[in-house]
Design a protein around this ligand. Structure first.
Ligand SMILES: *Cc1c(COP(=O)(O)O)cnc(C)c1O
Length: 358
């Protein structure tokens, strides 16, 4: 089966992990700090705080920003459920917002009055947060798809129009640490709170005694390990090549699918760079096309079952006015898109899609 997404590891990645494994420190330690610094530098943010996964990082971002009971958190109805779950983790309510039918990103003109916005860069297509007319108290970018994406204001993750940006290093994302996540921010207080939150809210008090610490705030164990951070550091060196390959494959899909009744993702304007975490197309008779392609060994996927389809979110504010999301969901199909996808496998994917439609 050709998967829709897949990690790309090489010998240097394996060596990097082995070096940590042969050392003294395998849980969160100096390599996590190096990875945080490298991500901060990569995206042009002052601070980066590593987490065990992207979902924990979203939880940490909501908590650090003081989002809580009584707050309303708006997010896109077309996303992985983690974008909405993070609001529930801190006791806030969720408002689901419809998408722009063209870009599949949240329609910023439809964001209701709210306390926080979790803004998703769907498929790696950077959302233009400068277009947000009324800025809520808190803006968090769910940038799980968008490491490596660029805007005219710089890389996604520099928080030019947000308080924090959240990344995931799950194996289908741009770079991987197995499981892993990161929050970037330019705010020193948020950075401090994120660090406390990911490790029990624990503060060492060496002035009391060498062993002494106190729990000062709510916290969890959301730490990344040095083993994972070593993999992340090695992977990060290849991020530029990975994004270039993804854009090459996107251009080639456009050529190969030009004559088919398939709606392609629109190209981004000059000055923007799409990270192409996914290559979502819209096809007629999607259910049948999905089954046909899977039978032929093409591991297409549907991103996503919309948030309001999940019983946990069915009664969220806005759930009954999501026409563009519902329509897109009936047609969406993610074609294979990952740096190791060969031209041959991509051509075969397109041939099978043509057969499915024909
Ligand atoms: C992958 C993903 C997450 C969660 O990341 P994990 O590292 O898997 O916890 C959050 N939001 C979106 C949009 C994602 O695609």
């Amino acid at each position: 089966m050709i998967p829709y997404g897949r990690h790309q590891l090489d010998e240097a990645d394996r060596q990097a992990v082995l070096e940590v494994l042969n050392g003294d420190w395998i849980t969160q330690g100096p390599t996590v700090s190096r990875f945080e610094n490298a991500i901060a530098e990569q995206v042009g943010a002052r601070f980066a705080v590593a987490f065990a996964n992207g979902t924990g990082a979203l939880h940490g971002a909501c908590a650090a920003a003081g989002v809580g009971p009584g707050d309303l958190v708006a997010t896109s109805a077309l996303s992985f459920a983690a974008s909405a779950n993070c609001a529930r983790y801190v006791g806030a309510d969720v408002a689901l917002v419809d998408i722009d039918a063209n870009t599949l990103n949240v329609d910023l003109d439809l964001v209701p009055p709210c306390d926080a916005l979790v803004a998703v860069h769907f498929a790696g297509r950077p959302l233009d947060l400068a277009g947000l007319k009324e800025r809520p108290r808190v803006v968090i970018e769910d940038a799980a798809h968008a490491l490596g994406a660029m805007t005219p204001d710089g890389p996604i993750g520099n928080c030019a129009h947000s308080d924090m940006a959240v990344f995931s290093f799950h194996p289908v994302k741009a770079i991987t640490t197995g499981e892993g996540g990161m929050v970037t921010t330019n705010d020193a207080d948020l950075s401090d709170r994120l660090r406390l939150f990911r490790s029990h809210g624990m503060v060492a008090k060496p002035e009391m005694a060498g062993w002494y610490y106190e729990i000062e705030s709510e916290g969890f164990n959301y730490r990344l390990t040095d083993l994972q951070a070593a993999l992340g550091l090695s992977q990060l060196q290849k991020l530029g090549d990975f994004i270039e390959r993804r854009n090459y494959l996107a251009d080639r899909y456009r050529e190969l699918l030009a004559d088919l009744p398939v709606r392609l993702p629109p190209v981004v304007a000059p000055g923007w760079l799409h990270a192409f975490h996914l290559f979502p197309v819209r096809v007629p008779d999607r259910h049948r096309v999905y089954d046909y392609m899977r039978d032929q060994g093409i591991g297409v996927q549907v991103h996503y079952v919309p948030v309001h389809f999940h019983p946990r979110f069915a009664k969220s504010a806005g759930a009954n006015a999501l026409n563009h999301t519902n329509h897109a969901y009936s047609e969406l199909l993610s074609l294979p898109m990952f740096p190791g996808l060969t031209d041959e496998d991509q051509s075969r994917t397109c041939q099978v899609l043509e057969d499915a439609l024909g």
